[in-house]
Design a protein around this ligand. Structure first.
Ligand code: PLP
Length: 208
């Protein structure tokens, strides 16, 4: 399978660390997608740290970007991915963005519900991470679009990439003498690029 697409990814940006667009754009690019990021906020670091500073976009600022793209016929996207949103007006405007993108491409994929039921059993890792939710949705988008009729397979690939990355993250922290349970860990995203491009499927989906 080689089907890819053009993704508009509306998520947070952090200067340091990998959450939001920093966690989603690189893996999707590695899987062959063109990804256009809009940063809903620009923060120094994720909000789990004792403090953070930065800027929050409002709805009008989001709409300005959409109008700029539209004026140049650049609003064709196959997928829309959204994450952390920092203001109510921005969230309201996302609804307008969905309508606008659908008017350009009626087949735009935003939310996909699993028509099949299955589970993947994974061992609990005694550590706490941030960015994993955003990475998971990016990997699921990336793989389910490549295997549209085999969500089991897509999920196995996404979960296997994520697990390899989490184990690498824990091991890297441990190797410098850091207790992985003492605070939240920044994921080792760049170092895990091979696990994203060519995941080894060690976790299988079971039907129920
Ligand atoms: N974006 C920002 C700005 C955050 O502070 C966080 C979590 O702290 C996230 C996104 C999402 O993290 P996760 O993918 O772990 O849900």
């Amino acid at each position: 399978p080689s089907e890819t697409g053009r993704v508009l990814s509306i998520q947070s940006h952090t200067v340091q660390g990998y959450v939001g667009n920093k966690a989603a754009v690189f893996p999707l690019q590695l899987l062959g997608y063109d990804v256009d990021p809009i940063n809903s906020v620009q923060f120094s670091n994720h909000t789990g740290y004792p403090t953070f500073k930065g800027q929050v976009l409002n709805g009008q600022q989001l709409w300005d970007l959409i109008e700029g793209l539209e004026a140049n016929d650049l609003l064709y996207y196959t997928h829309l991915l959204t994450g952390y949103i920092g203001s109510v007006s921005f969230l309201d405007t996302i609804l307008k963005v969905i309508d606008k993108l659908r008017s350009v491409n009626p087949k735009l994929v935003y939310e996909d519900q699993p028509p099949q039921q299955f589970k993947i059993v994974i061992p609990k890792i005694p550590a706490y991470f941030t960015g994993t939710g955003d990475l998971t949705t990016a990997l699921l988008l990336g793989w389910s679009n490549k295997y549209p009729d085999d969500l089991d397979r897509a999920s196995e690939l996404a979960v296997s990439s994520l697990q390899a990355l989490l184990h690498r993250t824990v091991n890297d922290y441990k190797s410098v003498g850091f207790d992985p349970q003492s605070s939240s860990l920044e994921i080792r995203l760049i170092q895990s690029k091979d696990d994203i491009c060519n995941p080894q499927v060690n976790y299988k989906a079971e039907k129920y």
